[in-house]
Design a protein around this ligand. Structure first.
Ligand code: TMP
Length: 260
């Protein structure tokens, strides 16, 4: 992977798939996408060269698509292979999961059939806390946590549904069926709610409509690693290749902005 096109400050946070660094501008951070896949809350790991760069490029293009649709994100520009500049946000410790079809953990929790359409899309909130295993939040549990006002929650859920709908439509045109996805949000310095984290096959399920439903090649997402199917980097390359055809041009970081 490249070194980023700006001077890094201290490491602020290391997650399972990304590292977050300070920059000279307190309003902006640099994100490094690691060449690592994890499953089972980090208990299973593998090094997969090329994965970080792919997730960074795919995320940059999809953030650009959403910005063009009027949905605010933290994306501020590409810094090189596997590196992205983002706005510094005050993160909301929630994982927002949207499901357009039944898959994954839902199949173990509700009497649903794999691939069953969910209309309207099912939206669930989870508390983002690795030590607690990111527990599912009921209405009452969310109130106990006291991390978001009822008004902000409506704003967050509305934006999450708009993001899901924009991505579902755009990816559908590429024969990529957006089955479900996990989103994270934060507040910027001016109090604007923005989509954060990443938008890649690591945090969504994408089924290839060009393959038959029972083909193991249908999953073009991290289920390939979770289920030991192999071929994860090739699948992500296919997703990247199709998304490229949308002609979106994520902005590169402009060194004239004074961060070098
Ligand atoms: P699930 O079916 O395992 O609950 O996952 C639903 C969606 O959320 C799926 O697209 C994968 C994504 N996800 C994450 O990105 N991170 C997580 O920690 C979990 C549990 C799911």
């Amino acid at each position: 992977m490249d070194t980023p096109a700006l001077a890094l400050g201290p490491l602020l946070h290391e997650g399972k798939a990304k590292r977050l660094y300070a920059t000279a501008d307190p309003q902006r951070c640099a994100v490094e996408f690691k060449d690592v896949a994890t499953a089972s809350n980090g208990r299973r790991q593998a090094r997969l060269p090329g994965k970080g760069g792919l997730n960074c490029r795919i995320s940059a293009r999809l953030f650009t698509l959403l910005e063009q649709a009027g949905l605010p994100t933290h994306f501020q520009g590409l810094l090189g292979d596997g590196w992205m500049l983002v706005r510094t946000l005050r993160m909301i410790p929630l994982e927002v999961v949207l499901r357009n079809r039944a898959a994954g953990s839902l199949l173990r929790q509700l009497p649903t059939v794999a691939g069953q359409r969910l209309e309207p899309p099912l939206l669930d909130l989870y508390f983002k806390d690795d030590a607690l295993g990111d527990p599912f939040l009921s209405e009452a549990r969310l109130a106990v946590l006291n991390i978001i006002t009822p008004q902000a929650r409506v704003q967050l859920e509305t934006m999450a549904r708009q993001v899901n709908s924009a991505l579902h439509q755009a990816l559908g045109k590429l024969d990529l069926d957006l089955v479900d996805l996990k989103l994270e949000f934060g507040w910027d310095a001016s109090g604007q709610l923005r989509l954060a984290d990443e938008l890649s096959p690591d945090n969504c399920r994408l089924w290839d409509r060009r393959q038959s439903p029972d083909s193991p090649g249908r999953s073009l997402d991290k289920d390939r690693f979770r289920q030991g199917l192999g071929g994860l980097v090739a699948a992500y390359k296919e997703v990247d290749h199709r998304i490229q055809t949308l002609g979106l041009q994520p902005q590169p970081h402009d060194p004239g902005q004074g961060l070098l």
